[in-house]
Design a protein around this ligand. Structure first.
Ligand SMILES: *Cc1c(COP(=O)(O)O)cnc(C)c1O
Length: 415
């Protein structure tokens, strides 16, 4: 634990107040460069906006040549506004109404991932109605789960993807090309996979599944989205995993599975947390330190409404906040176990239990590595407190500051 609140936090809090999110674009650039260097040279990385849809973050990745993986109209518009190439924006998700599909096509979406035969029908009809030349990646739930996944989403019963068995048994359901051809497959097997070997093995398994499925469908895939799962620590200090071995291993399997170089699909990969996790920090202030029946509680001005809302629901690992205190503590001042809680009126509002810390009212604490699944993955509207200001830093320069605001708008008629 560091005892000094390093720059730029202090001056930023003085200007913008607390709590405060800070995103550093140079960290986004270096994470993207690392990931691109670890993957085959002509592969394309899609940024999953779910991790952090802040427009400045998305625009920075667009400038780096990233595409986008989006799953709502709002994410789609953010990606296109940020300058993403519409041909490199993949619209994903297991449930799309006819209206959503048509809206997406009218807004410029061209590439869709499809999770069922019925959803393929929805998309074909939307393409016909809007006169759109859309393209489809069939999302595959492979026969076998690859072990070692952090959060396994496929190879097991799932709402995501079409079972490989179904694709092999009934290929005719997916062969209706008109206006909406299948140009490839989409895999996404899990999130936060913390071994480069497991990642490479997962991509290799997906390539093999792709040869089986594409052979049966009778298509030469132009695009294969192998998904991601690239890891990054969440709300604690990072040990960066060396991804360097993945590219050559994937390249080799690709050449084995698709031996004809003239018909080798272009590979896509997806990442949210790895690209932006390290770029974000949340700064909060300790409002009160109190004792209750032998325990110490530090009450902050930020809680699960700003960070870890899904953690409050048991969805994400508990936050292991690294506390950086201001001002520095005196020698000999004892660290004690502290329950670090937020200001919300629910006992679910806590970030950490029994963390060893020396906190006083007025301290600022910094939570590192919350650039992904921070603000928008939290319970923003719960108890109606303001969102923190989000500051974007480019080097030492403030590139922008804004606050997300939600509001209720009366409707004069049905929407
Ligand atoms: C959530 C998601 C991602 C991003 O996952 P990260 O762990 O943030 O990299 C990528 N693709 C799909 C389909 C997702 O649902």
């Amino acid at each position: 634990m560091n005892d000094v609140l390093p720059p730029p936090w202090g001056p930023l809090v003085e200007t913008y107040g607390s709590p405060l999110y800070v995103y550093r674009l140079d960290e986004v650039r270096s994470a993207h460069a690392d990931l691109a260097a670890a993957l085959p040279a002509d592969a394309r990385v899609l940024y999953s906006l779910k991790a952090n849809p802040h427009p400045a973050v998305v625009a920075e990745l667009a400038r780096r040549g990233c595409g986008a993986e989006v799953s709502s109209r709002s994410e789609l518009l953010t990606a296109l506004d940020a300058g993403m190439d519409p041909g490199a924006v993949l619209y994903t998700g297991p449930g799309r109404s006819a209206a959503e599909a048509e809206t997406a096509m009218r807004a410029g979406a061209r590439l869709f991932s499809v999770d069922s035969a019925a959803q393929y029908g929805v998309l074909r009809r939307a393409a016909a109605r809007t006169g759109t030349e859309a393209e489809v990646l069939l999302r595959v739930n492979p026969m076998r789960a690859t072990w070692g996944s952090g959060l396994t989403m496929t190879g097991v019963p799932s709402q995501f993807g079409i079972d490989e068995e179904e694709l092999l048994a009934r290929p005719e359901r997916y062969a209706q090309a008109e206006g909406c051809p299948v140009v490839g497959l989409h895999f996404y097997l899990g999130s936060n996979i913390t071994s480069a070997d497991a990642l490479a093995r997962q991509f290799g398994d997906s390539l093999e599944a792709a040869t089986r499925v594409c052979g049966r469908l009778g298509i030469q895939p132009r695009l294969l989205d192998l998904g991601g799962g690239f890891p990054r620590a969440y709300a604690r200090s990072d040990e960066v995993l060396d991804l360097g071995s993945i590219g050559p291993a994937v390249q080799k399997r690709l050449a084995e599975c698709f031996p004809d170089p003239a018909h080798r699909p272009r590979l896509l990969f997806e990442s949210g947390r790895h690209l932006v996790g390290a770029a974000g920090s949340l700064i909060a202030r300790v409002l009160d330190v109190k004792e209750s029946k032998g325990r110490t509680f530090a009450v902050l001005d930020s809680g699960i409404n700003h960070l870890g809302g899904m953690s409050g629901l048991g969805r994400l690992p508990r936050i292991e906040t690294e506390f950086v205190c201001d001002p520095p503590r005196q020698e000999g001042e004892e660290a004690v176990p502290v329950d670090v809680v937020g200001p919300l009126c629910t006992p679910l509002d806590f970030w950490a239990r029994g963390r060893s810390a020396r906190l006083r009212a007025g301290d600022l604490v910094v939570v590192p590595n919350v650039g992904a699944y921070g603000l928008t993955a939290s319970l923003l509207a719960f108890l109606g407190r303001d969102c923190p200001v989000e500051v974007v830093l480019d080097g030492d320069t403030v590139a922008g500051a804004s606050r997300l605001v939600y509001e209720r708008r009366p409707l004069s008629s049905a929407p």
